[in-house]
Design a protein around this ligand. Sequence first.
Ligand code: FSX
Ligand code: SF4
Ligand code: F3S
Length: 389
Amino acid sequence: MFVDKEKSLLQKAQARLKELEKLNPLHEQTNIPQLLEDTGISRRDFMKWATAMTTALALPASFIPLTAKAAELADRLPIVWLHMAECTGCSESLLRSDGPSVDSLIFDYISLEYHETLMGASGWQAEQNFETAIEKHKGNYILMVEGGIPSGDTEHCLTIGPLGHSGAENCKKAAQNAKAIFAIGSCSSFGGIQAAAPNPTAAKPLYQIITQPVINVPGCPPSEKNIVGNVLHYLLLGTLPPTDAFKRPLWAYGHRIHDLCERRGRFDAGEFVQNFGDEGAEKGYCLYKVGCKGPYTFNNCSKLRFNSHTSWPIQAGHGCIGCSEPNFWDSMGPFEEPVSNHLFKTTFGGVGADAISDKIGITVLSAVAIGIAAHAALSTIFKDKENKH
Ligand code: FSX
Ligand code: SF4
Ligand code: F3S
């Protein structure tokens, strides 16, 4: 049955790529294979990249040549990228590597149609480029939006270009004829820092501004692989990826940070950093007690990492701050204290979960699968202890 499923998926992708090949490339002067060659990225490195991407997308190995082909045909798929209220970290995540990566090259190449940070144009010319791109590629372009979107009485707080259109207006306009829509980063997915209390500009996530379906690619910022992977998935299969309850693609956000963490063995063994800079920190102990939110956060950072696969927050020595979760600025802080402390502090007279875990052993904490279940489980344990007194 699995073999049949794989075969039909493969055939679907092959047919899709054939169709894509018939479309006009965005640029006539050059193409992606040429660009890779000019940049010194060998075929071997490119195939390595295609292998890593296929694995990341949870596709079978038989897809590797197709992933490579899809990347080469990425110039059949124009991208319009809008910036709303944000720090541009999402674009930076993609573009700032020490050398051009396959991801950044492909992306640079296909998104030239309209990207407010990358394009050379400004003022009237930029406005014109926006209109031209969405008209020329009507019904064919992918829309990617970065940033939270001011709304209501404060919608004008984000006013763009000489015509003075609001961010919300531009999103609505660009969404009308987009083939697929991605909210890039936690700001566009869930509101992000702009929407953190007291949310002075009534910033909203993209899905609350437009009526079309949106795939969320959160993270502050998301990794370049999570951004490019979604484009590849769409290129390969012509469909949007399956998602979780928060519309996050399962291939990227299907597992908790805690379950994929290289320090998980330390957690299970009860070996914790107690303070930054202590001996435990030097030894790479678990960062839970200095605030790691990995048990509450769904993302694939440990697998794909950032900056051309160099590192990720926990590898660098700081806990996960839950940056791909809805409202993480309000719900996950303070970032250097365990969330469970807040959950239990008030309820149980100042006794945090970590005080409990010290007494009853951290193994109980892990055995009950910390995370959402931890609240209920620890409550029970705490009550049991109370009853015995
Ligand atoms: Fe910044 Fe993007 Fe955070 Fe937001 O990333 S990295 S504030 S998710 O919109 O630029
Ligand atoms: Fe890793 Fe954080 Fe889980 Fe510890 S609590 S194992 S550092 S994700
Ligand atoms: Fe964000 Fe946590 Fe990954 S803070 S980058 S989801 S490790």
